[in-house]
Design a protein around this ligand. Structure first.
Ligand code: ADP
Ligand code: SF4
Length: 700
C-alpha cells in the first residue's frame, strides 16, 4: 500500500539548524524510566520508534550536573564518560534507521531535592517548588543562586552539550519548562531578582538566552540547538508590547535556537489524561509561536489521527508533529501512515499508565503496547512475533482486554484460535467502562484488537458463548486459556488497612451491579478503597444520572492513586463541579438502609451519613470457578488431549487494563515453552574499565 497523497506532507524532510530530519514525526523528549542504569533496554526502546519511522527520537530529561538530581524519580545523566557510552548505544541505534537523536539536557532547579547528591537545590530566588502530594514533597529549601552558581550551571550545560555531541546526538536541548531551572527564571513568582536577571521579561529571559548561547558555542555546527519552553502561565499573563508574556518571550528569542519545542506548564495539563482532555489540547496556548519565529516549531497533543496532524501543519500551528504517548503506544505510527495502513495504528488511549511508570521509578509500561520496555529484555518487537513451530488449536475463554490481546498475538503466531465470550460482544470490562464519563477513548484497546483480528483468518470469534467445563472438554482443543476476568466484591475495609468482612444488604451495590444496569435509588454513598479511577468515575456517573451521591475513602484523597496518572487534581475538580461531598480518611463500618456509619481511620471516631444505598468500590477477586472446575477434571482434560490450562489477566490477578494486556501478550509469546528461571535479560550500567583498574591500583 502507498501513502495517501493527503498525508505526504508529513514525510517532508525538515531542517533543524545544521541537521536535517527525514520527516516531520518528532518523538519529543519523554521519560522512559530507564536511566543510564539500563542503557540497552533504553536504546532498544528508542530504536523501535526510529525503525517505525519517527524522524527525530529524543531522550527524556538528562541531568547536566549532580546539582540536578531527581532521585528517586528516574532520570538520565551526562556527567562522565560512562554516561557518554551509555547514550551512544541509543544514538547508534537511532541512526541505524536514518533518524536524528536528540538529548534533553536538563537542570531541575528548585524542583529537584538532590536526595542522592545532597547538594542544595538551585533557584533564582530561593522559592521552593511546593508539591501538594506526599510522593513529590521535599524538605530541602533551595539556595538562591549567586553569579558564581549561574556561571557554573552555564559551564555544566556547555560541558554536557559537548558530551552529547561526542555521544552522537544531533539535537541538543536547553530546557526552560515545567517548573525546572530555566523556567523558574522566566516566571516572576520564582524570580524575584533585582539584578539584570530579574524584573521585566527582557531580563527574566537572560539566563535562558545564555543557556542557548553556551550550548551553541559548545556544539558548533554539528548539532541543532532546541529550546523546550512551557508557555501556559506566560500566555495567561498580559505583555506590554504583545498580547502576552509568552509572545514577548518568543519574540525575544526568535532567532536564537534552531527549533522551538513548546508545551504546557504542569504534567496534568501538558500530559493530560483523555478522561479530561481531547487530542490537540495544547493548540490554544501554542498556536501563535510560528507567527513570531521562522524557526521550526514542534508541539504535542496526543496526536494519533493523520488528518489532525496535517491540519496542524497546513494551518501553520506546527512544523513537526510531536509525539510522546502516541509513539509509546505505536512506535510504528509513521510507517503505518506512510504505507497507507492508518487503520492499523494502535492509538494511545490517554490513560497515562506510562506516566505512572515514571512516578513508580520503573521502565515505561503502556496499556496499548505491551512490548514497550520489553524490546531488549524480553526481545519483544512491537510489530513482529515469532511464528509457532507447531500450530496448535487454542481455546480462549473470555474476550476482555487479556483475551483479545492473547487471541491476536496467538493468531499472528499462526495458531488456530477460538475466542469465546458469554456476552453479546467482545471487550469484557470495557464494554461498560467505555460508557463512563471520559472513558470512551479507552475502548481503543478493544477497537484496535478487533480490527486486527478481522484481518486474520485463523482466529474465530464466538460471542454469546458461555462455556463451562463440559463444553470445553467437548471442544477438546490442544490448550485452554482462561481470561474470565474478575468480580467486584462487597468487602469492607478495616483500620488495619486491609479488606475485611462483607456488607450484605439489598441496597449495597458493586460496580458490577451498575454495569448490569442496576442503579441505586435515592442518596447514595460511594465507598472507595480501590483508589484508582473506578470510584471517582462511578461517582461522576451516578451524579450525572441525577443520583445524589457522596464519596468516602480511607485514603487521603479521592481516587488517590490517580496522582500517578496526572488525573488526581482533575478528579477532585470533577467531583467538586458535581457538588459531591468528599470525605477522606474514613472507613465504612455499617449500613442499615437509611444510615451509613463511618469511622475515622486513625481515631476510630464515628460519624453518620444518611443514605438509601451504598456502592462499594473495593476489592476485586478473580472469576475462578471455571479454572477450579477444570482443575478438578484433570483426567478428563488429559483424556481428550488438552495439554494445558492457563489463566491470564484479571482471572489470574485482578489489575488495571495494562496488566491484563501484558499478561495476554506474554502468554501468547510464551505458550508451550518451559518457563525459564530467569524471566528476562538483565541490563547492566556501562562502567568504564579503565576507571575500575585505576581504583584497584589505588587500593593496592
Ligand atoms: P480481563 O481484563 O482480564 O481481560 P474482563 O473482565 O475484561 O477481563 O473480561 C472477561 C470476559 O470473560 C468477560 O467479557 C466475560 O463475559 C467473559 N467470561 C467470563 N467467564 C466466561 C465463561 N465461562 N465463558 C465465556 N465467557 C466468559
Ligand atoms: Fe497512551 Fe496509555 Fe500507552 Fe501512555 S500507557 S502511551 S497514555 S495508551
Amino acid at each position: 500500500m502507498t501513502c495517501n497523497p493527503r498525508y505526504e506532507i508529513l514525510f517532508e524532510p525538515m531542517r533543524i539548524g545544521p541537521v536535517t530530519a527525514p520527516n516531520r514525526f518528532y518523538q519529543v523528549p519523554h521519560a522512559s524510566g530507564m536511566t543510564n542504569a539500563l542503557p540497552r533496554v533504553r536504546a532498544a526502546f528508542r530504536e523501535a520508534k526510529a525503525e517505525g519511522g519517527w524522524g527525530v527520537i529524543c531522550t527524556g530529561a538528562c541531568s547536566i550536573d549532580p546539582s540536578s538530581d531527581d532521585t528517586p524519580l528516574p532520570f538520565a545523566t551526562l556527567w562522565d564518560d560512562n554516561d557518554i557510552r551509555a547514550h551512544a548505544l541509543m544514538t547508534e541505534a537511532v541512526h541505524r534507521h536514518g533518524a536524528l537523536a536528540g538529548v534533553e539536557l536538563w537542570h531541575g532547579g528548585a524542583s529537584v531535592m538532590n536526595r542522592t547528591s545532597r547538594l542544595p537545590p538551585l533557584s533564582p530566588s530561593g522559592i521552593p517548588w511546593m508539591a501538594t502530594h506526599v510522593g513529590f514533597m521535599g524538605n530541602l529549601r533551595p539556595k538562591t543562586m549567586d553569579k558564581a552558581d549561574m556561571k557554573e550551571v552555564l559551564r555544566c550545560q556547555a560541558e554536557a552539550a559537548r558530551k552529547a555531541r561526542t555521544a552522537g546526538f544531533d539535537v541538543v536541548y536547553v530546557y526552560a519548562g515545567m517548573g525546572y531551572l530555566g523556567y523558574e527564571f522566566l516566571l516572576p513568582e520564582y524570580n524575584h531578582r533585582t539584578d539584570e536577571y530579574g524584573g521585566p521579561i527582557e531580563n527574566r529571559v537572560r539566563f535562558v538566552r545564555e543557556m542557548i548561547e553556551v550550548t551553541r558555542d559548545a556544539v558548533g555546527k554539528d548539532c541543532g540547538v532546541a529550546l523546550r519552553v512551557s508557555l501556559e502561565e506566560l500566555r495567561g499573563r498580559p505583555g506590554r508590547n504583545q498580547p502576552s508574556e509568552a509572545h514577548e518571550l518568543i519574540e525575544l528569542l526568535a532567532d536564537l535556537p534552531d527549533l522551538f519545542d513548546v508545551k504546557m506548564d504542569s504534567s496534568p495539563t501538558d500530559c493530560s489524561a483523555s478522561r479530561f482532555t481531547g487530542e490537540g489540547s495544547h493548540e490554544p496556548v501554542i498556536d501563535f509561536v510560528k507567527s513570531l519565529t521562522k524557526k521550526p516549531v514542534v508541539g504535542v497533543g496526543r496526536f494519533t489521527s493523520p488528518d489532525t496532524m496535517v491540519s496542524q501543519i497546513r494551518r501553520g500551528v506546527l512544523d513537526f508533529i510531536g509525539g510522546a504517548r502516541p509513539s509509546i503506544a505505536d512506535p510504528f505510527l509513521p510507517a503505518k501512515i506512510r504505507e497507507g495502513r492508518e487503520a492499523e495504528i494502535r492509538e494511545c488511549i490517554g490513560c497515562n499508565i506510562c506516566i505512572s511508570s515514571w512516578h513508580d521509578g520503573v521502565p515505561v509500561r503502556c496499556t496499548q503496547n505491551p512490548t514497550a520496555g520489553e524490546e531488549w529484555r524480553r526481545g519483544w518487537h512491537p510489530e513482529r512475533v515469532e511464528r509457532a513451530d507447531t500450530p496448535e488449536r487454542i481455546l480462549i475463554v473470555g474476550g476482555g482486554p487479556a483475551g483479545l490481546e492473547c487471541a491476536l498475538t496467538l493468531g499472528q503466531r499462526g495458531h488456530e484460535v477460538t475466542l469465546a465470550d458469554g456476552s453479546r460482544g467482545f471487550g469484557g470490562r470495557l464494554t461498560f467502562e467505555k460508557t463512563l464519563p471520559g472513558l470512551s477513548a479507552w475502548n481503543r484497546v478493544v477497537d484496535y484488537r478487533l480490527g486486527r483480528l478481522g484481518d486474520i483468518s485463523n482466529v474465530s470469534l464466538y460471542p454469546e458463548s458461555f462455556l463451562g467445563a463440559d463444553e470445553i472438554i467437548d471442544l477438546a482443543p490442544d490448550r485452554v486459556v482462561l481470561a474470565t476476568g474478575a468480580r467486584w466484591t462487597n468487602m469492607l475495609y478495616s483500620s488495619l488497612e486491609i479488606p475485611v468482612g462483607r456488607l450484605d444488604h439489598a441496597e449495597v451495590f458493586t460496580p458490577d451491579d451498575i454495569a448490569a444496569g442496576r442503579l441505586p435509588q435515592g442518596p447514595t454513598l460511594v465507598f472507595d478503597f480501590d483508589n484508582y479511577y473506578m470510584g471517582g468515575v462511578l461517582t461522576e456517573h451516578l451524579a450525572a444520572q441525577g443520583v445524589p451521591v457522596s464519596y468516602v475513602t480511607p485514603a487521603g484523597q479521592a481516587s488517590a492513586w490517580t496522582i500517578m496518572t496526572n488525573e488526581l487534581p482533575l478528579v477532585h475538580r470533577a467531583l467538586a463541579y458535581r457538588n459531591v461531598p468528599v470525605t477522606t480518611l474514613h472507613l465504612l463500618k455499617s449500613f442499615d438502609g437509611e444510615t451509613a456509619t463511618l469511622a475515622h481511620l486513625f481515631t476510630g471516631w464515628e460519624s453518620r451519613i444518611a443514605c438509601r444505598s451504598v456502592l462499594i468500590v473495593g476489592l476485586r477477586l478473580p472469576r475462578s470457578e471455571l479454572f477450579e472446575a477444570l482443575t478438578e477434571r484433570a483426567d478428563a482434560l488429559a483424556a481428550v488431549g488438552i495439554r494445558s490450562v492457563d489463566r491470564i489477566g484479571d482471572t489470574l490477578a485482578p489489575g488495571a487494563i495494562v496488566h491484563a494486556v501484558h499478561s495476554g501478550h506474554k502468554l501468547a509469546r510464551e505458550i508451550g515453552t518451559k518457563v525459564r528461571w530467569q524471566p528476562y535479560r538483565r541490563d547492566t550500567p556501562i562502567v568504564d574499565a579503565v576507571a575500575d583498574f585505576d581504583m584497584r591500583t589505588a587500593a593496592e
